[in-house]
Design a protein around this ligand. Structure first.
Ligand SMILES: N[C@@H](CCC(=O)N[C@@H](CS)C(=O)NCC(=O)O)C(=O)O
Length: 133
């Protein structure tokens, strides 16, 4: 995947720490949760897509852990830090065995095709199985 990121040598050393530590706690919390649970939905209040994803997983009988960060009226800086980290531009962000699989539409596709059940039945991290790094 070619993902354009501003290289460190084009960031003034004086502001590198500010970038590295920008809402680091929320990123650490998501990382810890993803390490502890096979399926994690990261969402926010009011947004219908996290709701849709949770409903689809529940209907499919797939247990998941839900993290919720604010609503349209608040917490946008912290959610932006997650977007910068993951590269995924919207909520929910859904992780399966450590791998970002996308949002509500993406998880529905994986449920419908049986691929989600297959990945969950596999041992280890699906990052290795899918070739993700
Ligand atoms: N294709 C995505 C669509 C998700 C989406 O559009 N989410 C918007 C809903 S308004 C969102 O997260 N907006 C808030 C934000 O970007 O911070 C999915 O199925 O999850």
């Amino acid at each position: 995947m070619t993902r354009p990121l501003l290289p460190e040598d084009r960031v003034d050393p004086a502001i590198r720490d500010a970038i590295a530590s920008n809402h680091r706690d929320i990123i650490d919390e998501v990382e810890r949760t993803v390490a502890a649970h096979d399926v994690v939905v990261v969402g926010m209040k009011q947004n219908p897509f996290p709701k849709r994803a949770r409903k689809a997983l529940t209907a499919a009988g797939i247990p998941f852990h839900y993290l919720e960060y604010g609503s349209y009226f608040n917490t946008w800086r912290r959610r932006t830090a997650l977007k910068i980290w993951s590269g995924w531009p919207t909520f929910p962000m859904i992780f399966v065995k450590g791998v970002l699989i996308g949002g509500a539409e993406d998880v529905q596709k994986l449920i419908d095709s049986g691929e989600l059940a297959r990945r969950l039945a596999m041992g280890g991290s699906s990052a290795k199985e899918t070739g993700a790094k």
